[in-house]
Design a protein around this ligand. Sequence first.
Ligand code: E4P
Length: 248
Amino acid sequence: MKIFLDTADTSAIHKYFPTGLIDGVTTNPTLIMKSGRDPEDVYQELKDMGISDISMEVVGNSSEMIAEGSRLYEKFGKCCTVKVPCSPEGLYACKQLSRDLINVNVTLIFNAAQAILAHKAGAKYVSPFVGRLDDNSISGLEVVRSIADLYCRQGVCSTEILAASIRDVHRVTRSFYNGAHIVTMPPAVFGKMYNHVLTDKGLELFDEDWSKVTSNSGPSFGSFSQLQKANPGNELKDVIQKVRECSS
Ligand code: E4P
C-alpha cells in the first residue's frame, strides 16, 4: 500500500514528507495553477526533497504530449511519471512513452473499460477518480473494485491502480480494501488518517500514568503529547525532531 499526496503545495509536502509515510506526489494542471508557481520549479523542489515518484501532467495532442513527457523525463529522470488523460491522444502518447521505458500515469479514468485500454497502452498507473464519480451518483469505490477484480482475473501486474480524487479518510481505507495499490490524497486527508478520539483519550491516560512512574526516577524528556502541545504551530516535523533530540 502506497500513499501519495495529491497537491502542488510544497509547504504541505515539506510538512508531511518527514513522517516517512509518503511514497510519491501527484499533480495536475489545476493543482499547479492553484500553487501560482512555475510547474518545473515545483517538480524540482519535490525532487530535491527526495520524492521518488512525481506525476507531472502533460497536455495537447499526442505528439505534444510525447515531446513534453520525454523532455520532462530527460530533465527530472526516474522520479518523473508522465501523466496523460485517458483519451485516444493520451493513450497513444502512453504507448510511445512506455515503449521508451518512461512511467506513465493514465488519469481521468471512470470505468473498467478505460482501465483495460490504459493497461494495453503500457500504463504504469491508472487513476480512477473516486470523488468525481461519487459526485455523479456512481460509486467510485465500486469502479476501483471492478478494475481490481478485472486486473486480478487477467493476471495484470504491470499496471497499478492509483485511486485519485479522494475527499475523505473513509474513501482512503475503502480504496485500499477494494484493491487500489496506491491512494493519492490531499494533505489534509492524510493528516486526518492519524486521528481517533480513543487514541487521544488513551494517550492522555498513558501519559498521566507514565508521569507517575517517572516522577520518582529523575528528569524525563516528557511525553510525545506534551511536546506536541508545547510546540507552537504543532508542526509535525518539529515535533519528530524534538522527540529524536530528547531520545538520543
Ligand atoms: C490526481 O491524480 C487527480 O488529478 C486528482 O486526484 C483529482 O482530484 P479532484 O477530483 O479533487 O480535482
